[in-house]
Design a protein around this ligand. Sequence first.
Ligand SMILES: Cc1ncc(COP(=O)(O)O)c(C=O)c1O
Length: 397
Amino acid sequence: MNPDSYVANHVKGLPRSGIRDFFAIVSEMPQAISLGIGEPDFVTPWKIREASIFALEKGKTSYTDNRGLLSLRKEISRYVSSFFGPEYDPSSEILVTVGVSEAIDVALRSILNPGDKVLYHEPCYVSYAPSVTLAFGEAIPVATSPENSFALDPDAFEKAWVPGCKVLMLNFPTNPTGGTADLEKLERLAKFAVEKDLIVISDEIYAELTYEGEHVSLASLPGMKERTLLLHGFSKAFAMTGFRVGFACGPDWLIDAMMKIHQYCMMCAPILSQEAAIEALANGSDDMERMKEQYFRRRNFVIRRFNEMGLSCHLPRGSFYAFPCVEETGLNEVDFCHRLLREKEVAVVPGTAFGPHGKNHVRASFSTSYEKLVEATDRMELFLEILASESKCREAS
Ligand SMILES: Cc1ncc(COP(=O)(O)O)c(C=O)c1O
């Protein structure tokens, strides 16, 4: 039996996630400090865990409505209107999913016919390009740049547009750059979406972790609610990655289409996670603020240290990622990460794991304790000194 002839062609061509390969190495190094991981270092707040435990005690072990518990959808509707602005009908405009990951996959599979084109920014979350490929779409990455602090750039999207574009997929604050977009840029992106008749998939999973100004949702801009699928979830700001729960809010026709796929491939999100999510939305804001204060303090420290040691780094306006440039060190981003890990046992992720436009950069997550960040940045500074002396020796010889 030749396995190669059984795996679908479009799956064979998919690259493995660069992050996972790297972390296989890190897991074998007990002394390593990891700034590589894309999840909060906080344990889910107790109140939220307790809600899940109570639900289990009460024997809540069944499937739920495919769309998610109505009580959760009502809570999502309330939270979204107070935090993001737009009102969504819990009975027809909200779908509870197994994380934002599932929502991205199901949304693209609901919308795309083979060959339809999807515009998105790059560097971006690792799943965007593969999810488009798996839905038989064509990915059109549009570069964001360090000169603009990796903000979403309406001019670049306008230039990249070609006939056949159907979807504009955005994530802000952005993983891995921490870039966002100010109101003027968002309004221009909204105008562009209307002019080109695009559906917008707006992944706002880091919305609460915005440190400069207020987060503005694309769905809240005039004329956008009807063409925007707003994705949000519990993994990041609520520190609930392992619960695997997220949601999509959008026009009823799109939520209906997504439901058709979701009901067959997933059935529903786990009930215990949905119960925890209700508690998170209803009573989780104090804990969230507490974690956000820590990220804010860590961000300011890490960015100052990177710039002091000569790794130029813009100030991320949101998320928990710094994205410094390593070009000056004379190493490319992959060699930089491998040598830093081997020689100083600090793990950061090559920027190209987030698409080719991430070249010469690395992602360093500050969802790690302040003390570890102090130690990790000290080790990085020593590493840069080694690189500098190597380069002096090369010049002298
Ligand atoms: C931008 C972005 N979207 C979606 C996800 C997936 O989130 P979830 O855990 O809700 O599936 C991540 C996780 O890192 C992310 O960074």
